[in-house]
Design a protein around this ligand. Structure first.
Ligand SMILES: C[S@@+](CC[C@H](N)C(=O)[O-])C[C@H]1O[C@@H](n2cnc3c(N)ncnc32)[C@H](O)[C@@H]1O
Length: 202
C-alpha cells in the first residue's frame, strides 16, 4: 500500500468497517468506501462520519469514469465473483496515471488448507466466521499480474507480504512489521497475502 499517493481522492473497494478510509484520511488524503454489505457500510459511517461510504459491488462500481486518483482493495479481492470485472472497473474509474493497489490472500501452503478447515466446520456444524465457506478464491503472483495487465494496467508489480495489517492492535502491528521482512525473504510460503499494484497509463 506504500505505492498509493498520500493526497488526492481514493476509492477503497470492499472497505468493510472503514479502517483504511479512516487511516488514509488521517494521513492527509480523502477516501470513499465501497462495500457490498450494508451492515459494513453502516459501521463504516459510524466510525468515520466525515467520509462517504456507498453500498455496491466492486464488479460494477457506481462512479463515473476517471473519478479517482487511486483505488485500493484490502483483503476483499478473493471474494469477488468476477475478479477481472473488478480490475476493469477500477481501471475505468481511475484518472490517467492513477494507481490501483490490491492486497489479497495468495495461493500458498496456508490458504490451500482453508477448504479443509471449512469442511471440518461444516461436519461438526461450527458456524464461526473463520470456519465458514465464503466461496473465496486465491491467486498467485502470475495470475494477479496477468489480470492486471488484461485490464490495461502498466508497471504491474506483485509481491508476497505477510501479516501486518492496519486493524491489528498497535503493539502486535509493530511486532508483525519487524517479523514480516524475515518471513518474506526466508519463508515466503508463510507470507499469505499478495500485494499487487499497477498504473493506468497517462
Ligand atoms: C475481509 S473483509 C475486509 C474489509 C476491509 N477491507 C479491511 O481490510 O478491514 C472483506 C470485505 O469485502 C466485502 N466484499 C465482498 N465481496 C464484495 C464485492 N463483490 N464488492 C464489494 N465488496 C465486497 C465484504 O462485505 C467485506 O466487508
Amino acid at each position: 500500500m506504500e505505492v498509493l499517493p498520500k493526497k488526492g481522492l481514493l476509492l477503497d473497494i470492499g472497505c468493510g468497517t472503514g479502517l483504511f478510509v479512516e487511516k488514509f484520511g488521517m494521513d492527509g488524503g480523502n477516501a470513499v468506501g465501497l462495500d457490498i454489505s450494508r451492515g459494513m457500510i453502516l459501521q463504516a459511517r459510524r466510525r468515520c462520519k466525515e467520509r462517504e461510504f456507498v453500498v455496491g459491488t466492486g464488479e460494477t462500481i457506481p462512479f463515473c469514469d476517471g473519478s479517482f486518483d487511486a483505488v485500493a482493495s484490502l483483503l476483499a479481492f478473493s471474494y469477488m465473483k468476477d475478479p477481472q470485472a473488478m480490475l476493469d472497473e477500477a481501471f475505468r474509474v481511475l484518472k490517467p496515471n492513477g494507481i490501483l493497489a490490491v492486497c489479497t490472500l495468495g495461493k500458498n501452503l496456508l490458504t490451500r488448507g482453508i477448504p479443509a478447515i471449512y469442511l471440518i466446520g461444516e461436519t461438526i456444524r461450527v458456524n464461526h466466521v473463520v470456519m465458514r465457506d465464503f466461496g473465496e478464491h486465491y491467486y498467485n503472483e502470475e495470475e494477479m499480474a496477468a489480470m492486471f495487465t488484461t485490464a490495461g494496467f502498466a508497471d504491474v508489480q506483485a509481491k508476497w507480504c505477510s501479516f501486518a495489517h492496519i486493524d491489528l492492535i498497535d503493539p502486535l502491528f509493530h511486532l508483525a512489521r519487524k517479523v514480516e521482512p524475515f518471513v518474506e525473504r526466508r519463508l515466503p510460503q508463510l507470507a499469505y497475502n499478495i500485494c499487487v499494484n499497477g498504473t493506468k497509463p497517462g
